[in-house]
Design a protein around this ligand. Structure first.
Ligand SMILES: NC(=O)c1ccc[n+]([C@@H]2O[C@H](COP(=O)([O-])OP(=O)(O)OC[C@H]3O[C@@H](n4cnc5c(N)ncnc54)[C@H](O)[C@@H]3O)[C@@H](O)[C@H]2O)c1
Length: 365
């Protein structure tokens, strides 16, 4: 029985107010000091699916600070409960699966907002385990939408989509009205979730907004290119860095607090319902530039041997960065530039992994 079967075959879920003693004591720093918007979240009932994950946990913490009543639904497939350690006593945590309709119906019923982050969030994993990717990203999303209709819930859904829905775009920067031609299983299932959501909006009036994240990075992440660089550097003590591809791929890196802001802002905009938005900075960074920025921030320039593999993974695209005109029109402006964001990530990585290759003098934000 694989991981996905466990849930379908009746493993019980757990709803709990978590206690401090549940996990090891991790001292997490405040990462959102640049953000002081409110938007009126006080007292709102909010469900965050995948709320123990990288983006979900950052979002959950912010929602708690804004005074929302937050429930997190997560099966901890790719996350660590310790991500929520500093808000344990302020949230309801439901250890459950978004494919389990009983759990989902119970949790969506009384919510005002649902930030739907739960997913297989990895392109390579979607190639390795297409079934889990399909089950969670497509069927899980459908389960949530069906539950909203069945329970007559008024909840608005803010869906975590992805730039992967575009596949290899005909040109860059990518606008929301570009062709949707995913080239990975992940892109297909994220797009399927988006299509289901829009269909439920048009057919049943379920308010649905889709956020197409580009490359989100920051504290609490456990994969993707920046984290991957740091991990590899820590393994080689800064002596060697293997980089997938030729380094010329351009990406649009958005710091996680900015991605959280986009969620908070769009969820409160009635005109955003039924729409899809690129969530990005609009600024391309090549992987080579990112390597240089990382080594510079670490004081490792000229010391690390960089090896470009020439080949990337299946389902990777060459250039992907966004046109964010549509997002800007609703009042969004990214606040954290890549150098500052990278330094914040380095500080967190050092705190979390205690890596000695990062010297304290080189990571002052
Ligand atoms: N991080 C990025 O750059 C990025 C880019 C594009 C889209 N996204 C999307 O944003 C969302 C969050 O991504 P992330 O980077 O935080 O990934 P993550 O893996 O850290 O978070 C995903 C969360 O979903 C949970 N989950 C997985 N399967 C589940 C299931 N069946 N039931 C309940 N919970 C389940 C995981 O345990 C995890 O906590 C995902 O939907 C992802 O597809 C992320």
């Amino acid at each position: 029985m694989d991981h996905s079967d466990k849930w379908i075959h009746g493993y019980s879920h757990l709803r709990t107010k978590l206690q401090k003693g549940w996990c090891k004591n991790v001292n997490l720093t405040e990462f959102h000091t640049n953000v002081n918007s409110n938007y009126g979240y006080e007292g709102l009932r909010v469900l965050v699916t995948g709320g123990a994950g990288f983006i979900g946990a950052n979002l959950t913490k912010k929602l708690v600070r804004l005074g929302a009543e937050v429930t997190v639904l997560d099966n901890l497939y790719s996350s660590d409960i310790n991500n929520l350690v500093d808000v344990f006593e302020s949230i309801d945590f439901v250890y459950g699966d978004i494919r389990d309709h009983q759990v989902v119906e119970a949790e969506v019923r009384d919510q005002d907002l649902i930030f739907h982050e739960a997913a297989n969030a990895s392109v390579p994993n979607s190639v390795k385990d297409t079934q889990y990717d399909l089950e969670t990203n497509a069927r899980g999303t459908l389960t949530i939408l069906n539950a909203i209709v069945k329970t007559d819930s008024d909840a608005k859904v803010i869906y975590a989509s992805s730039a992967a829905v575009y596949g290899e775009p005909p040109s860059v920067p990518v606008r929301e009205d570009f062709p949707l031609s995913p080239i990975s299983p992940y892109g297909i299932t994220k797009l399927t979730g988006e299509h289901y959501g829009m269909t439920f909006y048009h057919n049943y009036g379920v308010p649905f907004i889709s956020l197409r994240y580009f490359n989100v990075y920051g504290p609490l992440q456990r994969r993707y290119v920046m984290y991957d660089f740091l991990w590899k550097l820590s393994q080689s003590r800064g002596s060697r860095l293997e980089v997938l591809g030729d380094g010329n791929q351009a990406r649009d890196f958005i710091f996680v607090s900015d991605a959280v802001e986009a969620n908070l802002l769009l969820a409160m905009k009635p005109m955003a319902v039924g729409e899809s938005f690129n969530v990005a900075t609009g600024e391309p960074t090549t992987i080579k530039e990112l390597v240089e920025l990382t080594l510079e921030a670490l004081g490792l320039q000229g010391k690390t041997r960089i090896v470009y593999t020439g080949k990337s993974w299946k389902g990777d695209v060459t250039n992907l960065y966004a046109d964010i005109t549509k997002l800007k029109k609703v009042g969004f402006k990214p606040k954290v530039g890549i150098s500052r964001g990278l330094r914040t990530l380095l500080n967190w990585f050092k705190e979390r992994h205690g890596s000695t290759f990062i010297t304290s003098s080189c990571v002052t934000a």
